[in-house]
Design a protein around this ligand. Sequence first.
Ligand SMILES: [Zn+2]
Length: 670
Amino acid sequence: MNRLNFKLEATASGSRARAARFTTAHNEVLTPTFMPVGTHAAVRSQRREDLLDSGSQVLLANTYHLMLRPGVGILGKFAGIHGFMNWPRSVLTDSGGFQIFSLPGSRTLQEDYAEFRSYVDNTLLQLSPERSIEAQKIIGADIMMVLDQCVPSTVEHAVARKAMELTHRWAHRSLAARGESAQAMFGIVQGASYLDLRVESARVITDIPFDGYAIGGLAVGESSAEREECTATVSELLPQDQPRYLMGVGTPLDLLEAVHRGIDMFDCILPTSLGQQGLAFTSLGRRDLRRAAYRDKDGPIDPACVCYTCRTHSIAYLFHLLRVHESQVWQLLALHNIHFYLKLTRTMREHILAGTWLPFYYSQRAILDARDSYGKAVTHVTKAMRRKDKLTRGRYEVIVRDEVGFIRDKTSGEVMHPINNPVEEARSLYVEQSRLVERLQTPAARPLVVWDVGLGAAANAMAAILAVEGSPHAQRPMTLVSFENDLDSLELALANIGWFTHLHHAAPRELLASDRWINRAGTVEWLLQKGDFAARKFAAPAPDLIFFDPFSFKTDSSLWTLAAFRELAGLCTPRKVELFTYTSSTSVRAAMLAAGFHIARGRGTGAKTETTIGLSPLAAAAAHSHELLGAEWLAKWRRSDAQAPHGSLPGDTSWHAAVSGHPQFAAGSG
Ligand SMILES: [Zn+2]
């Protein structure tokens, strides 16, 4: 009998991350999920309403502590923990194994039971699998855990094996003790940090018909690399169609890594315990609110959070409460941190379901690990750091608005993607408009070639790579060719990566190091063409799509001339090519038309109502959904004083006839 009615909803492409749902006696649980720790039938300092409000679906309570206080007799009187604490959603109880073996004080271990002294009244108590399960039944846990023997992950192999084997025998006894109860029960895989033991334990435990499986005995001394390897190895051996729970883990980054490796459920005391120390987890990384830099900061600790604390109090006020040791600050920070964990697991779930897990995973890895990389007033940092030259390189400098970085050319004063968030603009103007992801869903003999003219800080290139990595249905490889004559802008952005979150990925550094990056699956190749586009374009594979995003005529004048577009059109004419660029300048459109491109209106961005799409004649003749410029634009152009393409010679007016007589304006077309 499957007591939880587990349903696997989606598994991410290129990852073991999965989204699922199951139903307990009290509610439906959507995974991945985080379970706040309510050891003593209370999450420290948090009201029931706050926990409900945070979206907590399952609370974790502890059998060992509840047996000592208030005692199962009291809990029984209140119809279990749900009645006692008036909690309407699920409860998972740990068996007490971890506490018996980790808390100070003497204990003895026999085959039948562990014996220890109560920290409440020093009486001698025994805990066997049968007694633990009996207590968990009375507590009324929706999910009970088997009694296990937990040893530090660093013990010797022989000790770890002995504990593991006892855990296996106790697992059978725990399940037998559950009997016909409708409460669900999870088995626990042990084996310390020894992969051979972990594999053996996973095989033995998954042979026992539990309702879900946990990985225990981690987060007790091993390195995060060891833990991640162990998690990946064990999770691979657990059944697909049952929940997987990684006990006692961890930081937000640990959760992200574990979800990537196939884990569904977590518990950890960090949101509350670190809150007590003045630490907050935020969408921008970890913040230590005791730092003097926060003394006068207005605004919430996390601009992306809607919890009570963030809605109500400024950073400066929380800093002050910490300074005067006002106890409510623990409550306020724990409340925020719990919200953050729950929101993080919900967001992970959304990305898994939407097929965008991998780009999310890559972008979050660096963000979740960041520590106070922002925090101070950005203008202040900018000034201080500029003195150290960290914010300038060659002809470029970094400017920061709302914690987003932009690259400015100091000589011309021009800013890359100045209007919007560069990453948003890249996604909208280039990736979405070009229907890049859809194009890759049709198999073809050769890779789709995308030219990225003006690599800059790699906003367009990374938007393309992240979109492709996030698309589970790609059938056709992509070759992305970035052209750049001055790599200082990318180097500069990488040196200030906290403000350029799209660079949290292995690809940009690899590209700089070796002019080439290929993803693990071999489906995305990224090539760097260093030097002037005018010359380098002949060395690259012919394009299907062009993201034409150099600085404007003011800075990169040679790229926008009639002669330059004629050369480009020469390369594009034998093929179906679509070109996307951010400008809607009349003279640029005239130059492109005169060069032989057909011109359509591109979508707007920021305050700009239009951008420009160029189509090679073959692309214009094929089916497309772009809106070509018509007679109205031509009439406007005739009246314009910016008729002449950039760089056209005074004596040469051949462009005029080429624009006026362009086939796209012929009667009946457009
Ligand atoms: Zn908050």
